[in-house]
Design a protein around this ligand. Structure first.
Ligand SMILES: [Zn+2]
Length: 361
């Protein structure tokens, strides 16, 4: 389960341009502008779907671009692939190149149109998320209208970014001097709910952690992206102590691979003091991610009554066994899988018992 990934950035990976705000302006916005070109979108959507299937991502929580036609095409491609996804058109009406800005009125009517077609599509395999890119890229008017839409249709998801870098947090508080922290901005517009997923959530106060937990909102921890943009260390213990539902996200294109093995390895490596257990890492990439997306009653584990979403792995050699106890045996086998595994081990990816093949995408 990839809890945070940008389809519109599959071709913009590994562009070293400095920290978050510099990287957005110099590497990412120019790429997303190209989503006005539907041929480009078709190629990106095909690449995204093939890569997800090949690396064993069966469910993805996906950021698109701010173009309606491109979003429509991406929904079609992902729906046809058989994958499970939560997706939406990105909202931004300020603080970015003009070619990416969509005024609030048009953005809302386009979103209503897309959501009416795709929300709960194919018995909920595809769901719709409202996507204010982050607090700085949306006007108060647009945020207010998104909050109204969420109130009128509570089953819609909200997917956004929160507190990725210190510089971003400072800029948000300058734009919203009436609030004492970043999270309060989303709360004030009615955008924090148990179907809200916020990517990063690094630089947070104890108060913010408790409020995320109380709202039942999900967090997408994106360690590869945090390393690549040097954004800071995700407070893993802070989130677990507060009881927050969180999973792992590749955050391609700040993350460089959708490959969940790489994301699990980076989740281990980014922690400078903790020694995370392999079972914790593996759980966050599966059932923990499903919990963050509120899909855990349907997917995330091989339990009776759930949909048969799973991945078949074939390591080239037997995993090590024979540890001193069954428990240690499991930890060691999973560690071997996580740290030495890669996408070549993925033989097949299944959603609802149906094998997905990238050849037909
Ligand atoms: Zn992101």
């Amino acid at each position: 389960v990839d809890t945070h990934v940008h389809l519109a950035q599959v071709f913009a990976r590994a562009r070293i341009r400095g920290n978050l705000l510099e990287w957005l302006n110099e590497a990412i916005y120019p790429e997303e502008i190209m989503f006005a070109d539907l041929d480009h979108v078709r190629k990106a959507a095909g690449c995204f779907v093939r890569e997800c299937i090949d690396v064993g991502v069966t469910t993805a929580n996906v950021f698109l671009s701010s173009h309606k036609e491109a979003s429509e095409l991406c929904f079609e491609a992902v729906a046809e692939s058989g994958m499970r996804a939560i997706m939406g058109m990105v909202h931004m009406d300020q603080d970015a190149p003009d070619a990416l800005l969509v005024p609030a009125g048009r953005a809302i009517s386009e979103t209503e149109d897309l959501a009416s077609r795709w929300h709960q599509h194919d018995r909920g395999r595809i769901q719709y998320a409202l996507m204010p890119r982050f607090a700085l890229s949306c006007s108060r008017d647009l945020m207010t209208q998104l909050g109204t839409m969420k109130r009128e249709t509570p089953s819609l998801y909200v997917h956004t970014h929160l507190s990725e870098t210190i510089k971003e947090c400072r800029a948000v508080l300058e734009a919203y001097p009436e609030h004492s922290d970043y999270l309060a901005v989303y709360e004030s517009f009615g955008l924090l709910s148990d179907r809200t997923v916020m990517a990063h959530a690094i630089h947070l106060s104890a108060q913010e952690l408790l409020r995320i937990s109380a709202a039942g909102a999900g967090v997408a921890h994106c360690p590869s992206a945090n390393l690549f943009l040097k954004s800071g260390v995700f407070p893993w213990s802070g989130h677990t102590t507060a009881g927050i539902r969180f999973g792992l996200g590749s955050d391609v294109g700040a993350g460089y691979q959708i490959n969940p093995f790489q994301v699990m390895r980076d989740a281990y490596n980014v922690q400078d003091k903790l020694f995370l257990r392999p079972t914790d890492l593996f759980w966050r990439a599966t059932l923990g991610g499903a919990q963050a997306l509120r899909l855990d009653s349907t997917i995330g584990s091989l339990d009776e009554g759930k949909d048969a979403d799973f991945v078949v792995l074939a390591p080239p050699c037997d995993l090590p066994s024979g540890g001193p106890s069954e428990n240690e045996d499991l930890e060691d086998a999973l560690a071997h899988l996580i740290f030495t595994g890669d996408d070549r081990w993925v033989v097949a990816s299944y959603v609802r018992g149906r094998s997905l093949t990238s050849e037909t995408v």
